[in-house]
Design a protein around this ligand. Structure first.
Ligand SMILES: NC(=O)c1ccc[n+]([C@@H]2O[C@H](COP(=O)([O-])OP(=O)(O)OC[C@H]3O[C@@H](n4cnc5c(N)ncnc54)[C@H](O)[C@@H]3O)[C@@H](O)[C@H]2O)c1
Length: 292
């Protein structure tokens, strides 16, 4: 079984910085890559802030924070990931972007290294087939926010071999997370169940059954969800929500998964939720205000 010591993370967005955070804290050397220098900078600032919060809550020591920060290297080029033992891709949820990343990565990554994708919905088998090592390719699907959420879904592609699966399982255990094994079907387990609920909440808004506040209050107080579905959609990112619904719709060819036109409209406007300061809520003021 592969020994994992050095981990590459491609994409320094909300998932990438979370994965780099938990991996560094667990003692792995981490190389964090992004095409955007700004995202690398803001990703590292987020890691720093989140580690400080853990220190303040006495979850970790100041020394553990300093060690974790010291284990993370930032890079704008994939070449610096060449000697990683495991590379986790967590760039945007667009298949053509991921395919191009794997194409470029395979050209430089040592042959024995494992590759994982944190995709929320795209077929692991299909992504694996674009690489030179489908047997050493696996889905490691983290939950957001990574430092807080206990679960990781592990998804084997058709060609993933046992030693890759075992190495991924051991890696996730070292991060202190629990594993749920999912078969390789669109959106796996969590998003297969969660995303149609969020999409239905957006239909409920679109059809005027309730406004943003009523829908979120209904599910928080009436179903004891910690966040309302529209608040949660903003947290996940509306572009990611739309991509997952499209994968479900196309992959399962069932009209019950059709993305709500209102979700499409928000994404077309560039109102992607918290990360762009506007989605179903406007986050630019002191407190979030519903946009409808
Ligand atoms: N948001 C969630 O709740 C969630 C949960 C689990 C998994 N995911 C998955 O994680 C992935 C990332 O989602 P996110 O929410 O972090 O998105 P995000 O928009 O916050 O970050 C994506 C990052 O990828 C970078 N990027 C784009 N193209 C790149 C390339 N070619 N090389 C390197 N970096 C590149 C962008 O600059 C950006 O920083 C997606 O596949 C998504 O489905 C998201």
């Amino acid at each position: 079984m592969a020994v994992i010591k050095k981990v590459g993370v491609i994409g320094a967005g909300q998932m990438g910085n979370g994965i780099a955070h938990v991996a560094a804290l667990a003692g792995f050397d981490v190389v964090l890559n992004d095409v955007s220098a700004d995202r690398l900078k803001s990703g590292m600032a987020t890691i720093n802030g989140n580690l400080s919060r853990q220190v303040a809550k006495q979850v970790i020591s100041e020394g553990a924070k300093a060690k974790a920060i010291g284990r993370i290297t930032l890079t704008g080029t994939l070449d610096d990931l060449a000697d990683c033992d495991l590379v986790i891709e967590t760039a945007v949820e667009k298949e053509e972007v991921k395919r191009k990343i794997f194409h470029d990565l395979c050209a430089i990554l040592k042959p024995e290294a494992l590759i994982a994708s944190d995709t929320s919905s795209i077929s692991i088998t299909r992504l694996a087939s674009t690489t030179d090592r489908p047997e050493r390719f696996i889905g490691i699907h983290f939950m957001n926010p990574v430092p807080l959420m206990e679960l990781v879904e592990l998804i084997r592609g058709i060609a993933t071999d046992d030693s890759t699966f075992e190495a991924a399982k051991e890696f996730v255990a070292k991060l202190g997370k629990q594993v749920a094994v999912s078969e390789d079907f669109p959106a796996f387990i969590v998003n297969r169940i969660l995303m149609p609920m969020i999409n239905e909440a957006i239909y409920t808004l679109y059809e005027g059954v309730g406004n943003v506040e009523a829908i979120d209050a209904a599910m928080k107080l009436g179903a004891h969800h910690p966040m309302g579905p529209l608040e949660l959609a903003d947290f996940i990112g509306l572009d990611t929500c739309l991509s997952i619904m499209q994968v479900l719709h196309e992959g399962l060819a069932d009209s019950k998964y059709r993305p709500c036109p209102l979700l499409v409209k928000y994404v077309e406007a560039g109102w992607l939720g918290r990360k762009t300061q506007r989605g179903f809520y406007d986050y630019r003021g002191p407190k979030p205000v519903p946009t409808r």
